[in-house]
Write a protein that binds this ligand. Structure first.
Ligand code: GLA
Length: 391
């Protein structure tokens, strides 16, 4: 009897030893592998997740970013109407399951409703003015400033009041439940030489002016003084090594925000990348942002296994059939990236993957994430886990 018990114990010990040895003692859950380094996140609205996806989220992630439901258009479709249904449910689910939530996004040129900018009453007056005088009035809406916004624009004061009210309401509602916010998203235009901030020449930046970003940070801080507040953008690592292009513009913008007293705590490098992404730029960008006293997060990470992917429109989709070797290359990009992040873990707050799996991703078809459509870990998953032991 005693012998039998001893035998069973022996087999158990051997079995445990083999299984942990095989994995080099590295945890198999992403959030455990990076515990005490930085948070690991995923983006999804959590409206239609399967049981398997829910289990995968609970196992691997510390934090959720709502993929869409918190953007200005869905959450605040008209001036007097907010829709918190999806975001309330998401925050509730995360709280019940021990996950944190990141807020995305307060100010953005895209997915923001027209009412923010339109003059409610001016349409009729404008029509009357045009009928009386064929030439545009001196204070007529600036052509192109709204890009796609119809009708006369409201005054700067009115638009700012609307933005303030939006921020106070949304951030205030989730005070203490959401750890931080992307306050402004994607303000810098593509293709600049880096000698100026190169803000987009429409939407908030033209209609209100560049100080809109600073004001938004101040209001978000007023609404929740404990929340981390980020500026978030894509391709802002590009040009970091030579200090040119979009990276140089981002440095000018961030320095101005700091000089103007914006309570900014960090920069979100979105991280919509591909097999040829220049990782030297990524590392240098992290160093440059840290030199301004800012934290850094990779906020929307995906690395396409085919084609290009930058966050901008007009990406190259790549091959429909992805060669097996691409998944190895993808794993190596993820490995090098996470080794860089480990080297700079003291300034990295969070790394969030943009989606849950290759089929729950805006880059579906380019297989950009760590799990395939059945949630099986890919070579990229193993590489990310292995990189967590990087010294
Ligand atoms: C940008 C935005 C995200 C999302 C992606 C595409 O990166 O910041 O909210 O819209 O594009 O899903």
């Amino acid at each position: 009897m005693i012998n039998k018990k001893l035998n069973i114990s022996f087999f158990l010990i051997v079995a445990i030893a083999i299984s942990t040895h095989g994995q080099g003692n590295t945890p198999r859950a992403l959030k455990e592998a990076y515990a005490n380094k930085f948070l690991i996140g995923a983006a999804n609205d959590l409206t239609m997740i399967s049981d398997a996806e829910a289990a995968n989220i609970k196992m691997h992630y510390d934090i959720i970013t709502p993929e869409n439901c918190m953007k200005p258009q869905p959450i605040h479709p008209s001036e007097d109407k907010y829709d918190f249904t999806t975001t309330d449910a998401l925050v509730d689910w995360c709280q019940k399951n021990g996950l944190k939530v990141w807020g995305h996004t307060l100010g953005w040129h895209s997915q923001s409703p027209q009412w923010f900018f339109q003059d409610k009453n001016a349409a009729a007056a404008e029509a009357a003015t045009q009928a009386a005088t064929p030439r545009p009035a001196a204070d007529a809406p600036r052509p192109g400033a709204g890009r796609g916004i119809t009708g006369p624009l409201a005054s700067r004061e009115v638009i700012l009041e609307r933005l303030k009210s939006h921020i106070m309401t949304v951030v205030g509602r989730y005070k203490g439940k959401i750890i931080g916010w992307d306050v402004f998203n994607e303000s810098i235009a593509d293709g600049g030489d880096g000698k100026t901030e190169n803000l987009r020449n429409y939407s908030w930046y033209q209609i209100v002016g560049p100080d809109v970003i600073t004001l938004a940070f101040k209001w978000a801080h007023e609404a929740d003084p404990d929340a981390e507040l980020y500026y978030n953008d894509y391709n802002i690592e590009q040009g970091a090594v030579k200090n040119t292009g979009k990276h140089a513009s981002s440095m000018l913008l961030l320095k101005r925000l700091i000089a103007e007293g914006a309570p900014i705590t960090g920069v979100g490098i979105q991280g919509h990348w591909h097999l040829d992404t220049n990782l030297d730029d990524v590392e240098k960008a992290i160093e440059n942002y840290a030199s301004l006293g800012l934290k850094v997060s990779i906020t929307e990470l995906d690395v396409t296994a085919t084609g290009s992917n930058s966050g901008a429109t007009g990406v190259r989709q790549g091959d429909r059939t992805i060669p097996a070797e691409n998944y190895q290359k993808q794993a190596e990009v993820y490995r090098k990236l996470f080794e860089i992040l480990m080297r700079h873990a003291d300034v990295i707050d969070r790394v969030t993957f943009w989606g849950l799996s290759d089929t729950r991703s805006w880059r579906r078809g380019q297989d950009p994430l760590l799990f395939d459509g059945e949630l099986n870990p890919k070579p990229a998953f193993n590489a990310v886990i292995e990189a967590s032991s990087y010294k």
